[in-house]
Ligand binder design. Sequence first.
Ligand code: HEC
Length: 130
Amino acid sequence: MKTITLILALILLTLFTIFTACSKQEEPKTVAEKKTPPIQAAEKAAAAANNHNGQTIYADNCASCHNSGVMKAPKIGDTQAWTGLIAEGSESLTAVAINGKEQMPPKGGNMLLSDAEVKAAVDYMIEQSR
Ligand code: HEC
């Protein structure tokens, strides 16, 4: 009889230990889950802000050529002209926009633009030309 009680006590102790170990493991998960929505919101806001920047940077530095397509500049919104370019990828197009090509001046002629700003403008052009 005593042995059975002892075994039962041991089983209960083991179950209790497993239970506590499990609930301890789940704790950080819950914290991470709680943190996720604000982080997602911040990332969305940052993406939206970057998108807005791209539009402004484009309007101020690139639209003079890319709205009309002068000197064979790929016209914004001209999906045919952009299909091949988009296939080259945003990084590659940004590199061309930074360094210039033929009639395309480096950074659209505004050397005060950072590389990230040029990329934002390129991404905006891509988005508008799909
Ligand atoms: C003075 C006119 C002019 C301005 C301003 C200008 N571009 Fe261009 N852009 C061109 C021309 C012309 C081409 C075509 C170059 C070629 O392929 O010969 C071109 C091509 C491009 C391409 C395609 C590159 C490729 O691989 O063929 C991208 C991307 C681009 N421009 C981005 C920009 C961005 C971003 C800005 C503003 C920061 C800008 N351009 C401002 C004239 C201009």
